[in-house]
Write a protein that binds this ligand. Structure first.
Ligand SMILES: *[C@@H]1O[C@H](CO)[C@@H](O)[C@H](O)[C@H]1NC(C)=O
Ligand SMILES: *[C@@H]1O[C@H](CO)[C@@H](O)[C@H](O)[C@H]1NC(C)=O
Ligand SMILES: *[C@@H]1O[C@H](CO)[C@@H](O)[C@H](O)[C@H]1NC(C)=O
Length: 169
């Protein structure tokens, strides 16, 4: 069974290289929205048409409370730790971009919009739903089954030929 496992891992790598998880665009300008993205892909979440001059704070809900994702104040975007190297916020389009989406990026995000006095004007909620890229499972499994079939057929054919040779003599 081991060679089959190695083959599966190799084929999974190949299918990741040839069928990369794509980009998803979500319109989250409403009070609540839902957004489905593929694991490993990128997502653009538009929260508002223009965030220039806005004061925002985006949080992600966890069972134990919440973590900060990013904040915008005085035209300065601050991305928080777990999102640091794979997240951007585009002020002029009010769009949050997350690349290399991970399984535990799934969940409820909320964006508080503050007035100049720091009072919450409104809150935008987005539910992010991270899904497996089905091709990344199907292609390696189908290929492995195919290769296994070829091996079985070849082994059977060889045995038959050998048997025929023996009886032929
Ligand atoms: C998102 O939806 C809002 C409100 O329905 C709309 O004004 C805006 O143009 C949409 N954005 C995109 C990129 O489609
Ligand atoms: C966004 O809003 C700011 C301030 O209200 C304005 O100066 C800017 O031109 C707007 N940008 C776009 C792309 O609409
Ligand atoms: C982000 O990237 C910088 C430099 O490229 C690196 O030093 C840092 O460890 C990275 N942080 C995370 C959380 O991956």
């Amino acid at each position: 069974m081991e060679p089959v496992l190695i083959l599966l891992v190799m084929l999974a790598g190949v299918s990741h290289a040839f069928f990369p998880a794509g980009e998803t665009k979500c319109n989250a300008t409403q009070i609540t929205s839902q957004c489905s993205v593929t694991l490993g892909g990128s997502v653009y979440i538009q929260l508002m048409t223009n965030a220039s001059g806005q004061h925002l704070r985006c949080k992600k809900k966890l069972t134990t409370g919440s973590i900060n994702v990013f904040s915008l104040k005085k035209e300065k975007v601050t991305i928080q730790h777990p999102y640091k190297n794979r997240t951007e916020f585009f002020i002029n389009s009010g769009t949050l971009k997350i690349t290399k989406v991970e399984r535990n990026d799934s969940g409820q995000y909320s964006v508080d919009v503050f007035d100049p006095n720091g009072v919450i004007l409104r809150t935008i909620n987005v539910e992010l739903d991270v899904q497996e890229n089905i091709l990344h499972i199907l292609i390696p499994v189908c290929s492995a089954v195919g290769v296994l079939l070829i091996v079985v057929v070849t082994v059977c054919a060889c045995r038959k030929v050998r048997r025929r040779k023996k009886t032929g003599k």
